[in-house]
Design a protein around this ligand. Structure first.
Ligand SMILES: CC(C)(COP(=O)(O)OP(=O)(O)OC[C@H]1O[C@@H](n2cnc3c(N)ncnc32)[C@H](O)[C@@H]1OP(=O)(O)O)[C@@H](O)C(=O)NCCC(=O)NCCS
Length: 151
């Protein structure tokens, strides 16, 4: 798709980001996510001191997708790693290369800034996402254990 710009989200993007974020929550069956969590996430995204950041895919001036990441220190390296926590492209613009553009952008950022790696998880059943991810590399075979500790 031509005319795609990928850039960092800023405070003025809130209104454009929110419907995509809500659609992403719906995709994961998490419409019940409390509003204060969304507020905190957004405030972290736009806080230049926070390790959370969002890159937006913008087509003809409209925000069509986002990648939200956490840059974190590592024990096995001096340089940080980047965890891609949330990736979403508007349903109407899927299959046109925006997901790929968002990942390519993170790879370019990481190479420029010296991250050791970019990584993410997905459900084994998310065939659409995995079709995109498999273009980059094979899944590494790690299995996630996740213990709920709250409530
Ligand atoms: C996963 C997701 C971000 C991919 O975004 P996208 O912009 O559609 O992806 P792209 O167009 O860059 O590429 C996807 C790849 O799969 C194919 N593809 C993806 N969706 C497609 C569709 N609806 N129709 C046809 N092909 C599709 C593309 O052809 C491309 O492969 P190729 O270029 O090597 O042939 C998007 O489907 C999405 O937001 N899904 C819901 C949320 C989600 O699953 N997020 C990831 C959680 S880990």
């Amino acid at each position: 798709m031509s005319g795609v710009v990928v850039r960092t989200a800023v405070a003025a993007d809130r209104a454009a980001w929110e419907p995509l974020w809500q659609a992403y929550l719906l995709f994961y069956g998490r419409k019940d996510l409390p509003a204060d969590v969304t507020e905190m996430t957004w405030s972290r995204i736009i806080d230049p001191v926070s390790n959370v950041f969002t890159r937006l895919a913008v087509v003809d001036g409209k925000v069509r997708g986002f990648a939200t990441c956490i840059l974190h220190p590592r024990t096995w390296a001096i340089e940080p790693a980047c965890y891609l926590e949330d990736l979403y492209v508007d349903e109407a613009t899927r299959g046109k290369g925006l997901g790929r553009a968002l990942i390519d952008d993170l790879i370019a950022m990481g190479r420029r800034d010296g991250w050791t790696n970019l990584y993410w998880h997905t459900e084994t059943t998310n065939a659409t996402a995995r079709r995109l991810y498999d273009r980059y590399d094979k899944a590494d075979g790690f299995v996630r254990y996740r213990l709920p500790l709250k409530g």
